[in-house]
Design a protein around this ligand. Sequence first.
Ligand code: EPZ
Length: 433
Amino acid sequence: MDKFVIRGGNPLLGTIKISGAKNSALPCMAAAILTEDEVILENIPQVRDIETERKLLESMGAEVELGYGRAQHRTSIKCAVLSDPVAKYEIVKTMRASSLVLGPLIARTGMARVAMPGGCNIGGRPIDLHIKGLESMGAVITYDHGYLEARSPNDGRSQLKGAHIVFDKITVTGTEDLLMAAALADGESLFENCAREPEVTDLAAMLIAMGAKIEGAGTSTIKITGVSKLHGARHRINPDRIEAGTFLIAGAITGGDLNVDCLNPEHLGSLLSKLQECGVKLEVGKDAIRVRSEGAASLKAADITTEEYPGFPTDMQAQFMALLTQCEGTSNVTENIFENRFMHVGELNRMGANITVAGRTATVRGGTKLQSAAVMCSDLRASAALVLAALVADGESILDRVYHMDRGYERMEEKLRGVGAQIRRMGEVFGKK
Ligand code: EPZ
């Protein structure tokens, strides 16, 4: 099991470059299923979930090249023949975002067999809204020993039909899955109460480059006019707004002076205003942000409530809570999106934080000096919160199960070491043979 060893106390100084967004790359890779032509995606992050998606696509018959040379983080995907349109449990159990192949497979081949994604540490993660939407487009869905079997109308011989769908809840991958299905459906679709996350907009931009007719992506109402065929395209993935937010907090919590580069400030609005409310100094440029703070003494408490975009992102909740442990005063953190996303609280308290949880709200009594400790990572963003806490704790912390981190952060220890953090990895390094 890989571990990080982090000695706290160094302010971070210098420049960190942000990688492409995992949560954009995953739906865009799945969109390659919609055409027999080659698609090329640039700015792909070198993270484990991308590797998993590659295995998934190859298991269905796709040809996937993945290059991470210095000059390029790109993938070329060609789904000329999808010999086995099945998303197997062995792969799906490691990444629930595998359900993103469901819509494209039905749209392209008329059928799909996808292992039902189990829950994960942060919640049940159902896909009932994906299924309900596909059924309203004419898909026939049955269940077979943990697998979901789906066929388009006439037992897979006809196209899905355009539909008017109002999502009961705002769902990011639900919106993405159905957007891909509707792109090749017969007729018009109108989706309401859609997710507005930048990752949805990024996927729509790629689909439009492939010849799809989509209006309104990024708003809660999206109109799609189905086409009979989509062609190949080249598309550059958005910068990762959650990685960017994580490193902005790293600069703030360590009392550093950090330039976070290759980002899109427009995707960070709610986070930036919360950082400023805590007394963090920000200089916002076109594609970079300079973050400065005088450390704990200069920071003050603030309340956060996670909401769908453009509200405060649930994927930044754990990281921001680590910062709040250093802010003078009491902060309330309310998690509205997932039912079990306070796994980091116990570990932060073991490092000396003072956090209590009641239902969906964690109360953080800030201004506490954190002590180094041996801690356990539990999910992607909780792991990032523990890294941030260890960067400011006195002494040497050991973080176990950092494979959670490798799922969504590219070379995190190298990027942090490059700006003065005392961090190293014990065990093999993902991505290096
Ligand atoms: C996406 O997950 C992201 N993953 C998550 O990022 C992110 O936390 C989440 O959106 C919210 O922003 C990817 O994009 C790959 P949802 P997703 O469907 O689409 C409920 C990370 O750290 N729901 O928007 O799975 C669901 O239970 C990951 O990178 C249903 O009830 O999230 C949740 O309470 C973690 N039925 C809420 O909606 C459904 O059919 C939002 O979930 C679908 C969702």
